[in-house]
Design a protein around this ligand. Structure first.
Ligand code: ZN
Length: 95
C-alpha cells in the first residue's frame, strides 16, 4: 500500500501531553501512525495500554500514537507502553 500524503496539520498544534519528545510516523494495521515518545515526567494521569491492557502508571515513559491519515482525531490517540508498541505486530494486540 503506497504511503499516503502525510499531512502536517498537527505539527504546530500543542497537544498538551507534556515533554515534547521525539516523534515519528510508523505503520501498523495498514495505517500510518504518528508516534510520540513521552518521558512521562509531566503526565498527571494513568492510561490503559491497549497492547497488554495493563495500566501505564503516572510518570512512566511511554508512547502515544494516533492515525496520521486524517481519518482519526484526538479521540483516536492511544497510550502504549513503549515495549508493547514495539511488540504490536507480535499478536498481543486485541487478545
Ligand atoms: Zn503495555
Amino acid at each position: 500500500m503506497p504511503r499516503s500524503n502525510r499531512r502536517r496539520r498537527d505539527e504546530h498544534r500543542p497537544l498538551a501531553l507534556g515533554g515534547m519528545g521525539s516523534q515519528s510516523v510508523e505503520s501498523w494495521m495498514g495505517r500510518a501512525w504518528v508516534v510520540r515518545r513521552l518521558t512521562g515526567h509531566t503526565s498527571t494521569r494513568s492510561y490503559t495500554c491497549p497492547g497488554c491492557t495493563h495500566e501505564i502508571a503516572v510518570g512512566t515513559p511511554h508512547v502515544v500514537v494516533w492515525p496520521d491519515d486524517g481519518l482519526g482525531g484526538v479521540d483516536d490517540r492511544r497510550h502504549w507502553h513503549s515495549a508493547c508498541w514495539k511488540a504490536r505486530d507480535h499478536g498481543r494486540y486485541g487478545r
